[in-house]
Design a protein around this ligand. Structure first.
Ligand SMILES: NC(=O)c1ccc[n+]([C@@H]2O[C@H](COP(=O)([O-])OP(=O)(O)OC[C@H]3O[C@@H](n4cnc5c(N)ncnc54)[C@H](OP(=O)(O)O)[C@@H]3O)[C@@H](O)[C@H]2O)c1
Length: 318
């Protein structure tokens, strides 16, 4: 008999992951704070629970895919939280990007109630989530991972057992530190290039695909070209991940000067109105806020291969 599955958190990622479980024939009990996001999943293969607690009593495995540690803690241990309502020996698989010390705290709370905890954050954004091409970083007892492996394979195509509780989210912190810093460094480099008169097209053509830049940046080109910053990975969650990475650095005694600066740069971009946009909007923020103020006017943004002839040295000598 198939396991009964619950899914809490139906945002950009959770909605697509839950849909893939359904495609493989798993009926779901779902909950989301904002109910209307659950509608596409409801029908003969999906029912909505009135609260996390109500959901918990009806499932053997519970997935959570929530924004941040506070949201996870609220869903698990807050009023109408699920943790005290899961059946003994049920599994809780938290796919949210949270800090490792938080995952370990949740594992202890779960164990005290005879619940098996798995941290299984993912790499891959909206499209890989829709195409079931996520990578899962799994911190768990091996036997717990084996019992949910078929479920993870409905949503992803690579599963890495990183070790015990908190190691999945440790890996996730490391990866998002790299992605967040790489995106911001690329945006700053592009802003400099354009400030020096090189066109966006020439810069993209020259940089993407070379060892100088991270491969994922090539996937951002079309959207940046079109100034389309509809969120695949919202900037506010990237900034949250950089914060949680630096918090983890504090907890483990690791100095993280670079990431702290990047984190604050994203915060400024969020304040400037980019918080719900894709994190690649850091490009828009840094390009717009570059020091064109020296001239009192913004330069044109060439889209073709032309090289601007703005006399930078004259500008700077004013
Ligand atoms: N998008 C990506 O590319 C990506 C990739 C890998 C990992 N992640 C991680 O996956 C998680 C979900 O991200 P997402 O992109 O799916 O974000 P999202 O679309 O903003 O969804 C966030 C989810 O968390 C819920 N939530 C937020 N604050 C809450 C609160 N205070 N109480 C209860 N529920 C709350 C939201 O409920 P409502 O619908 O009611 O707002 C929604 O279900 C995050 O940890 C993110 O860092 C994202």
């Amino acid at each position: 008999m198939k396991m009964k599955i619950g899914f809490i958190g139906l945002g950009i990622m959770g909605s697509r992951m839950a849909a893939n479980l359904q495609k493989h024939g798993y009926p779901l009990v779902v909950f989301n704070r904002t109910r209307n996001k659950a509608e596409p999943l409801l029908g003969h293969c999906g029912t909505f629970a009135g609260s996390p607690a109500e959901l918990a009593g009806r499932v053997d495995v519970l997935f959570s895919m929530l924004a941040h540690p506070d949201a996870v803690e609220q869903a698990a241990l807050g009023e109408n939280g699920f943790l005290t309502h899961l059946k003994p020996n049920a599994l809780w698989v938290d796919c949210s990007s949270v800090n490792p010390s938080f995952s370990r705290k949740m594992a202890v709370s779960a164990a005290a109630r005879q619940i098996h905890f798995v941290d299984a954050p993912v790499t891959g954004s909206a499209e890989p989530a829709a195409e079931a091409k996520l990578i899962f970083w799994v911190g768990a007892d091996k036997s717990d991972l084996e019992s949910i492996r078929p479920l993870l394979l409905c949503m992803g195509n690579k599963i890495v057992h990183t070790g015990g509780h908190g190691t999945g989210t440790s890996m996730k912190m490391v990866i998002n530190l790299l992605i967040g810093n790489a995106m911001a460094a690329f945006a700053e480099a592009m802003a400099l290039g354009q400030g020096l008169g090189l066109s966006q097209k020439l810069l993209f053509d020259s940089l993407l695909g070379t060892p100088a830049v991270a491969p994922f940046l090539a996937l951002k080109r079309d959207k940046i070209d079109q100034r389309n910053y509809e969120a695949e990975f919202p900037m506010r969650w990237m900034q949250k991940d950089l914060h949680l990475a630096t918090l983890s650095g504090y907890e483990s005694g690791v100095a993280m000067p670079q990431t702290n600066i990047t984190k604050e740069t994203y915060r400024l971009a969020m304040r400037a109105g980019h918080d719900a946009e894709d994190f690649s909007a850091i490009y828009e923020y840094l390009s717009n806020d570059s020091d064109f103020a020296i001239t009192g006017q913004k330069p044109p943004t060439p889209r073709d291969g032309t090289i601007l002839t703005r006399p930078t040295h004259q500008v700077l000598s004013k």
